[in-house]
Design a protein around this ligand. Structure first.
Ligand code: THU
Length: 127
């Protein structure tokens, strides 16, 4: 699946985001080289710290579907924002060789970074 197709999936699922508190909606889509994919949107919680990020939703669904070796993740927001620290850790754990495509709806811009660039020297092991 091309980055453009993945961004389209993230754009679509972003419309389902539940963000009544921040009004900042996020869509994410992850895929492997075989074209298997999963999507997620942010789901906010009145207890703010329990909010689920879009990337966490997409990656959890990928795990549940048995999707392995994720190669690409698209994240769509109004601003083209980069993922939060928790999500960078999750991506590093589950998709360590992944390209992360950050898409902005406002400027129609795409920035592509590796997860190694986003989270260098990641903590990956308890040993
Ligand atoms: N959010 C995400 O979904 N992913 C991130 O990487 C950063 C933040 C969500 C959480 C919250 O619903 C809203 O964006 C504002 O922080």
């Amino acid at each position: 699946m091309s980055p453009a197709e993945l961004i389209h999936l993230a754009t679509e699922v972003r419309k389902k985001a539940f963000a009544p508190f921040s009004h900042f909606t996020v869509g994410a889509a992850v895929a492997n080289a075989q074209g298997d994919y999963a999507v997620g949107c942010n789901v906010e919680n009145a207890a703010f710290g329990s909010t689920i990020c879009a990337e966490a939703g997409a990656l959890s669904q990928a795990v549940a579907q048995g999707i392995e070796e994720i190669t690409n993740i698209a994240i769509v927001t109004e601003t083209g924002a980069a993922p939060c620290g928790n999500c960078r850790q999750l991506i590093a754990q589950l998709a360590p060789n992944c390209h992360v495509h950050l898409a902005s709806t406002a400027a129609l811009q795409i920035r592509t970074l590796s997860i190694r660039e986003l989270l260098p020297d990641a903590f990956t092991s308890l040993e």
